[in-house]
Ligand binder design. Structure first.
Ligand SMILES: [Zn+2]
Length: 314
C-alpha cells in the first residue's frame, strides 16, 4: 500500500507567515488534516508529520518520511511577501519521477486555483530542507499569500480550505494512481441512487453537490418530483422549501454545507430541528456518518450518497 506523508509546515513556536489575523501554521495543519480526510476513501497509508501545534525541524519531518519508507512526501505551506496565487517547488536535484509526479499534482491544484480566480505562479525548484532531506519524490505547495487581503479572505474560509484539500487529494490520487478502498461501496452508493431513479448521470465521489441537485434528489425520493420532469433546479429548491425541509431560499448553483445537509436529512427523518452542529452529531450518533464535519464544510457526492442511502435503507 502506498505510504504518503503530508507535512503541515511550521508549528509550535514557529507560526510561519502571518497576516490578517491568520497564522500559516494553523492553515497548513487544517489543510493537511482535510487532505488526509479526503484521502480516506483511497487505498493508501497517509501520515502527517504533525497533527498538533508543535515545533518540528524540517530534518525531523524528513526523517519520519524516510523511516516510514513513504512513496511520496507533500509539504503544505502558505506564501507571504505581498504576491498572490499558487506555486509549488520540487528540489533543485529532483529526479525524473519526482518531477513528473510534481507536475501532475501541480496541474491539478493549479486548475482549482485558476477556477477560483487565482494565478499559477509556476512549478519551481528550490533547495528547501524538506525537499533535500527526503529520499522519496516530494513537492512543496505554497497556497496563496497570507499577507495579501484578497488571498487571506479566501484562506480564512474553512469551506475554501476544504476545496484546496480536495484538489491536493485529487492530485495525489492521479499522480500515484490511488484506487478507491472499495469500488463497490464507494462508487456503488452513487450508482445505487442512479439505479433507483434518483439521479440521471454519474458523479465523481469528490465532486461537491449543489442545492439544485440536492433538492431534486430529495424531492424525487419523497415523490414530489420525478426523473421525467423538465430539469428545473431553482424549482426543485423552491419545492424543498414548500415541503418544509428548508426555511430559507438557496441559490440552486450554491454548494450545500454539512450543517444544512444534516438539517434537511434529519427533518426528512422526522427529527426536530435544532442547530447545525447538533444535526451533524445526530447523523453520527445514529450511525449514518463516520466522522463529524464542520457545519460550513461542503458536502461531496460520496458523502451524500453514503448518508442518503443509509437513511433510505433504514
Ligand atoms: Zn512556510
Amino acid at each position: 500500500m502506498a505510504i504518503i506523508v503530508i507535512d503541515p509546515g511550521h508549528g509550535g513556536s514557529d507560526p510561519g507567515a502571518v497576516g490578517y489575523g491568520l497564522r500559516e501554521k494553523d492553515l497548513t495543519l487544517d489543510i493537511a488534516a482535510k487532505t488526509c480526510d479526503a484521502l480516506r476513501s483511497y487505498v493508501a497509508d497517509v501520515y502527517m508529520t504533525r497533527d498538533t501545534d508543535v515545533d518540528m525541524e524540517p530534518a525531523q519531518r524528513a526523517a519520519l518520511a524516510n523511516r516510514l519508507g513513504a512513496a511520496y512526501c507533500l509539504s503544505i505551506h502558505i506564501n507571504a511577501g505581498g504576491g498572490t496565487g499558487f506555486e509549488s517547488f520540487v528540489h533543485v536535484n529532483a529526479g525524473d519521477r519526482s518531477l513528473a509526479l510534481g507536475d501532475i499534482i501541480h496541474r491539478r491544484v493549479s486548475s482549482f486555483y485558476n477556477s477560483s480566480g487565482f494565478m499559477d505562479r509556476g512549478r519551481k525548484n528550490a533547495n528547501f530542507a524538506i525537499l533535500r532531506l527526503t529520499q522519496m519524490p516530494a513537492l512543496l505547495l505554497e497556497n496563496l499569500f497570507v499577507d495579501t487581503a484578497r488571498d487571506a479572505i479566501k484562506l480564512a474560509v474553512p469551506a475554501f480550505r476544504q476545496q484546496i484539500a480536495n484538489a491536493i487529494a485529487a492530485g495525489l490520487v492521479q499522480a500515484l494512481g490511488l484506487k478507491l478502498v472499495s469500488p463497490a461501496d464507494q462508487m456503488g452508493g452513487i450508482s445505487k441512487m442512479k439505479i433507483d431513479g434518483l439521479i440521471v448521470s454519474d458523479h465523481d465521489s469528490t465532486e461537491n453537490i449543489t442545492w439544485g441537485t440536492f433538492a431534486a434528489v430529495i424531492n424525487r425520493s419523497i415523490g414530489r418530483s420525478s426523473l421525467g420532469d423538465q430539469w428545473n433546479p431553482a424549482g426543485e429548491v423552491a419545492k424543498l422549501k414548500s415541503a418544509g425541509l428548508i426555511f430559507s431560499d438557496h441559490d440552486e448553483k450554491g454548494e450545500v454545507s454539512w450543517g444544512e445537509f444534516a438539517t434537511v436529512l434529519n427533518r426528512l427523518r422526522g427529527r426536530s430541528p435544532w442547530d447545525p452542529v447538533a444535526e451533524i452529531q445526530k447523523l453520527k450518533s445514529d450511525g449514518l456518518l463516520d466522522s463529524v464535519h464542520e457545519p460550513v464544510e461542503v458536502v461531496n457526492w460520496a458523502s451524500f450518497a453514503g448518508v442518503f442511502n443509509a437513511i433510505r435503507a433504514n
